[in-house]
Design a protein around this ligand. Sequence first.
Ligand code: CA
Length: 232
Amino acid sequence: MASAFNTRPTTNTATTARSARILIVEDAPAYAEALQQTLLLEGHTVQHATRAQEALARTRVEVPDLVLLDLGLPDKDGYHVLSELRARGIECPVLILSGRSLEQDKLEGFRLGADDYVTKPFSALELLARISALLRRVQRATTAATASTPAMPTGAVRRVLDDGELRGKFALTARQVEVARLMAEGCTNAELAQRLGLSFFTARNHAEQVMLKLGVANRAGVGAMLLEEVGS
Ligand code: CA
């Protein structure tokens, strides 16, 4: 499923500021490998466990930002991992990734505290979009909890540059303007691809071009470039 994702992850300069630590719990090497490649390309840090006990041991050392959880594991099943995590008060998003497509399997997963359930075989783009949605939800909850707004100079008012201004100021193409706006919203390359109907690599190239033209080192810097201070 990840045949389109086979470039070396280290060549990805469009690493996101929102990269997450993701634990893959999967005993099938083909799936684990494909998932790992895909997530690395998106700029995430990946750990991999093939057994339930190994997964639980890893989460004792470090709680991941998200868990991708297979159900059929060699020792205990994924449900056991999920219920143990929740029993220990670990609330990170858990996305079950399983070949079991019965409603009762899904319901059991959600009952035990899963946040999402994707049936194999799955689309890599859809999976990445779901992962991003889960991570964003956590980020929003965290932001709301700390109730802190980004520091802005006192009295400064900023407005969003319009498309024509962006094209003129940074020599962006119309497509790159679209890409820049979506990046400012926090879209990953996979989300760009999906929203704009592009291939993953085309989306990634656009994202890299946009960052280059805007003169920012990472995608977190894109949003600020689309604004202009209009005095106090
Ligand atoms: Ca399995």
